[in-house]
Design a protein around this ligand. Structure first.
Ligand code: FCB
Length: 446
């Protein structure tokens, strides 16, 4: 077959993504740090984040050079509330200054920053008062947002208010694997509600400071698929999809907040608060009803045993899903879409090259269907602290590998591939032949 080339729009943003706690190191004033120190299996191997990728003490700048080596022109990073406001109402101007320098370094390397204002971590003073369950939490967050954006707006105009409200709330308040370690469905919905209200306030505050700002949030989408055609399995898949995806979409698009198990209300201020929406996409999960899970409403989910999957219960690797999610988001909101995260846990880089090519093939398809997809931020630039999975190598996500003893970075094959993609703005049959021949027939059928 002659070479085929899929070309992306010339203004497409080719990026990578990271978050503060996962790369900076020594974020000693947040609730994750505290949680890690408590050990007892809260984090894999009782790892603590420690120096992480050592960004705060100077390595951010060298990694920005690596972003440029990858030919990328965008990066999504987060700023750490607990550094900027370590005690309530006390502002740390040195921290703001450090962020300003990092943003300036990105821009002078030709890399457009997107800044996330909340990526899973809270200052300890916030969590001590009940975190996002406290009725004042939206006010606390808004005060931080005004301060941070008021200080940094000359370096950035692309803001992601909150990363994955549904993941944050489900891991911390329903599954209970993340701080504060609670398992209560009502609390899950209360936290999502509080975060959506906070997003709305942040959206308005940022626009008041910077009218041309582009503000959105990052929504993690899981594709929930009934394991069989039995009605009870379909019911469970619908329930999970509603609680994890649709309840949030409804609230942001219609202002109707309808949690399961408690009263509905109308929050009209939630509408029209997205200049764009971010999609974080990783997996599809089978969902089914099980009598053995009666205490959890019979809900069970996990990857399809016959399909390619990530480690443990990570989920099915179903790259086509990115197209389905983009289409659903666009239908729901009719705003531009950024793929704010997409990646695969893969220590030996066996899966990553194919994952990148196949995912981008489906992003391209959405672009060809005239969906305004503005960019793609690969998770992640480099291996980092993966929350409850700590530094478990099975959860290394980087285009660069990191040796956490020495801080040495090593470019993986997938990094070489991504540099070719970002440099040319294309994916091609030639790249597929060289980096992922096993998917050639699927991507380029005769
Ligand atoms: C996402 C998180 C990100 C990282 C990836 C693997 O849900 O936003 O911090 O942990 O998963």
């Amino acid at each position: 077959m002659p070479d085929a080339v899929f070309t992306f729009p010339s203004d497409f943003l080719w990026g990578t993504a990271t978050s503060s706690h996962q790369v900076e190191g020594n974020n000693t004033h947040n609730d994750w740090w505290e949680w890690e120190q408590r050990g007892e299996g809260r984090v894999f191997g009782d790892h603590t984040s420690g120096a992480a990728c050592d960004w705060w003490d100077g390595r951010a700048e060298e990694d920005i050079k690596r972003m440029a080596d990858l030919n990328t022109n965008a990066h999504r990073l987060s700023i750490e509330w607990s550094r900027i406001e370590p005690q309530e109402g006390e502002w740390n101007y040195e921290a703001l200054d450090r962020y300003s320098k990092i943003l300036a370094a990105l821009r002078s390397a030709g890399i457009e920053p997107m800044v996330t204002l909340h990526h899973f971590t809270n200052p300890v003073w916030v969590s001590q008062r009940g975190g996002w369950l406290h009725p004042d939490s939206p006010k606390w967050f808004d005060r931080f947002v005004k301060k941070a954006v008021g200080d940094l707006y000359d370096q950035c105009d692309s803001w992601c208010t909150i990363n994955e409200p549904n993941v944050y709330a489900s891991q911390g308040y329903f599954v209970g694997k993340w701080p504060p370690g609670v398992s209560n469905m009502n609390d899950y919905f209360r936290v999502v509600r509080s975060m959506l209200i906070s997003h709305t306030a942040a959206y308005r505050s940022i626009h008041a400071i910077q009218p041309q700002a582009k503000v959105g949030l990052a929504k993690h989408m899981v594709i929930w698929q009934p394991r069989s055609r039995m009605p009870q399995d379909r019911l469970i898949a619908n329930l999970l999809d509603y609680a994890f995806n649709q309840v949030t979409f409804d609230a942001l698009s219609t202002g109707r907040w309808r949690p399961i198990g408690s009263k509905s209300e109308t929050l009209p201020e939630l509408q029209n608060t997205l200049d764009w929406i971010g999609l974080n996409y990783y997996t599809r999960q089978d969902a089914w009803f099980s009598l053995r899970a009666l205490s959890a409403m019979g809900i069970r989910f996990g990857p399809n045993p016959a399909a390619p999957k990530g480690p443990e219960d990570w989920g099915e690797l179903y790259p086509q899903g990115i197209y389905e999610c983009i289409m659903r988001l666009y239908k729901q909101f009719r705003v531009p879409i950024a793929v704010t995260e997409n990646g695969v846990p893969d220590e030996f880089d066996k899966l990553r090259p194919a994952w990148i090519l196949e995912s981008l093939r489906h992003v391209w398809q959405a672009v060809m269907h005239s969906i305004p997809v503005t960019g793609y931020y690969f998770w992640s630039l480099l291996d980092n602290f993966e929350w409850a999975e700590g530094y478990d190598p099975r959860y290394y996500f980087g285009l660069y590998g990191v040796d956490f003893e020495t801080q040495k970075r090593t470019l993986r094959q997938s990094g070489e591939l991504y540099a070719e993609i970002a440099g040319s703005g294309t994916i091609s049959s030639d790249m597929t032949r060289r980096y992922a021949p096993q998917i050639f027939e699927r991507l380029f059928p005769k």
